[in-house]
Design a protein around this ligand. Sequence first.
Ligand code: CTP
Ligand code: CA
Length: 225
Amino acid sequence: AGALEKACNLTGETVLITAGGTREPIDPVRFIGNRSSGKMGYALAAQARCRGARVLLISAPTSLPVPEGCELISVTTSEEMRSAVLARLAEASIVIMAAAVSDFRMAVTASQKLKREGPRTLQLEPTADILQEIVKRRNPDTLVLGFAAETENLLANGRAKLLRKGVDALVLNDVSGSETGFDSDRNAGWFLTPEGTTELPLSTKSDMAGRILEEAARLRSSRDQ
Ligand code: CTP
Ligand code: CA
């Protein structure tokens, strides 16, 4: 088990990764967004490519360069991300839903710029849960990983989300601190599976991405036996 084997442990896999924060238009000039930078998803894409995988990177807007050798599919809204994911799902042997998908969008998008009058209330409706659709529609051999952003009761909320979503694994992040999470270059968390919990110690997002992919590869090989 040398460095080469470690570097190449995803050869033959197609990894579909979503990244960044989706944007839901309010009117022609405004949108509902979130604090995701896309760094964690892009780090996963780069590391998966280094390990020999074919990488499909479905990305909401970010200010990051596309990692070398990855196929970029650019999207803006959660609905565009949903369509892109479902269109490419059959190609993927591993799906990692690292994007911060907006939970709400405008019930009706304003066709003209809203004027500064008000108080004003925006009526929002929930977006589709892309991860849940992936779990429903995947080929049974496809490994599906989600992320969970939590600010309180981390492990309890994370474990409940793992079971609710029916994913193979969930990467649990604390997004309440300033040291990790949104826009930070570092991250920490836990890798949750129905079998157990593995700590992901504080490290660069690049190192954490490597760890996540190793755990994914381990899950895959334990399934194959
Ligand atoms: N996700 C998704 N589609 C959505 C919302 C979230 O696919 N409309 C995915 C995220 O990409 C992530 C996982 O679901 O992989 C969990 O996202 P999170 O925001 O932590 O959980 P939610 O199910 O949205 O629940 P809540 O925000 O209420 O905690
Ligand atoms: Ca959410």
